[in-house]
Design a protein around this ligand. Structure first.
Ligand SMILES: [Zn+2]
Length: 429
């Protein structure tokens, strides 16, 4: 039996609206309702067969299960959008949502769909971490053979893979693996065997090793004269998933880079001003920021942030964040409109940090609330629905150019960073 599904526990904290922070757990998550790797392949192949608008390609295989990593291409417009879902395998709402979006774009006849396909080229990796999406091993969290999801893939680090074992390997589980969103490199052709001497290893107080590069050694020009000397916690591109996604990204040469995650269960700080108890945040967004916004951002210091992003890319990233808020408000109402921002700091081994500077892309990270292991079916439906709405509206407003009219300062003025999270009253270990 899994850690989930203990029905009938009274809902947690009275300060929060019913159904807001924590739906009763009697509809606890059933992993079988989420697409496994074969089901995803069937759905994508079915869409591909029924529509001549879709190109479906296998761009690689996962490290452990050797399952396909799919790429879907749609549209033939000038604006290139690259989008990846569920690089953390236990964050599945983006996978579920993007299949609905792809179906709509593959078959729809509305002016909205036409506008998107005429003006955008969409390159989508529906499920970036097949090992994590469908884990059936014994890692101490699930019985052998039972399907669960987990954050990491199933590639074990071995002596010689890199000079040190990097800090983004989880080696304390029966079956170890990598956090793939720490394995990207701003050096997009970095080869650990040949290039590892370029950087330096540093050990923290807990004995964990990170790999750092000197800013001077990078092929990109910082946008300021006195950038930080070191780029910390660089990824080593040790995993086939990371390398396949990087290749997909570079081939797409995107103007926009989007990535989908889950988070905990923050409380919307803005809802304190409304009558009644607080609402829970449904989604947070995080836009990479750089020196152009250091004086208005609470998130970064003067001279900090992503010093390789152009001012234009920084502005468009913030506009994407505001767009997500407006999309949920316009189309959702009620609980769907609780969208906050997530505090930003550069995470150099991540997709959203390492790759966008290579193509002058704006970037946005979406995080819907709750990991897959801790919330009921209805809440998963909400996370999927809000993602579909935000994706469609984002595509529509990039396609019609209206994203460029958004006042990006609203990202700072109107969106708060939550400071409080709700604890799962049903969690048992
Ligand atoms: Zn994540």
């Amino acid at each position: 039996m899994s850690a989930l599904g203990l029905a009938g526990v009274a809902s947690g904290d009275d300060r929060y609206r019913p159904g807001g922070p924590w739906a009763p757990n009697e509809n606890a998550i059933n992993y079988e309702s989420l697409l496994d790797n074969d089901e995803l392949a069937d759905r994508l192949e079915g869409i591909d067969q029924r529509s001549d608008r879709v190109e479906l390609e296998e761009i690689g295989r996962s490290a452990g299960r050797n399952d396909p990593i799919w790429e879907v291409t749609l549209g033939d417009g000038d604006e290139s959008v690259h989008l990846i879902n569920a690089i953390h395998g236990d964050e599945p709402a983006g996978v579920q949502a993007i299949v609905k979006v792809i179906e709509r774009l593959a078959q729809g006849t509305s002016p909205e769909v036409e506008g998107i396909l005429d003006n955008l080229t969409l390159t989508i990796v529906p499920s970036a971490n097949p090992d994590g999406n469908e884990f059936r091993g014994d890692d101490g969290l699930a019985e052998e053979g039972e399907r669960i999801q987990r954050r990491i893939n199933t590639a074990e680090w071995e002596e010689g893979d890199s000079v040190r074992q990097p800090n983004y390997v989880y080696d304390y589980l029966e079956v170890g693996g990598y956090d793939l969103n720490r394995d990207f490199s701003i050096l997009t052709d970095f080869d650990p065997e040949e290039d590892e001497s370029e950087g330096t290893w540093e050990q923290d107080e807990y004995g964990n090793w990170s790999y750092n590069l000197s800013t001077d050694d990078l092929p990109l020009e910082p946008t300021i004269d006195d950038p930080p000397e070191t780029i910390w916690n660089h990824g080593l591109r040790l995993n086939p998933e990371t390398r396949a996604i990087t290749d997909s990204y570079l081939a797409a040469d995107p103007d926009w880079a989007l990535t989908h995650h889950h988070q905990n269960a923050p409380v919307d700080p803005d809802s304190a001003d409304e009558p009644g108890p607080d609402w829970q945040t449904m989604m947070s967004v995080m836009a990479p920021q750089g020196p152009a916004y250091a004086d208005v951002s609470d998130d970064i210091e003067e001279g900090g942030g992503n010093v390789f992003l152009s001012e234009d890319a920084q502005r468009r990233s913030l506009q994407l964040g505001v767009l997500a808020k407006d999309a949920a408000q316009a189309r959702g109402g009620g609980r769907l409109d609780k969208i906050n921002r997530y505090g930003y700091g550069p995470l150099w081994g991540s997709y959203e940090e390492a790759l966008p500077p290579r193509t002058d892309a704006a970037a946005l990270l979406y995080e819907v609330s709750h990991q897959s292991s801790d919330r009921g079916q209805m809440a998963m439906g909400t996370a999927i629905n809000v993602t579909v709405k935000v994706y469609m509206e984002t595509f529509r407003r990039i396609a019609d150019g209206s994203v460029g009219k958004i006042d990006e300062m609203r990202y700072f003025d109107e969106m708060s960073v939550p400071s409080e999270s709700v604890r799962n009253p049903h969690y048992r270990r």
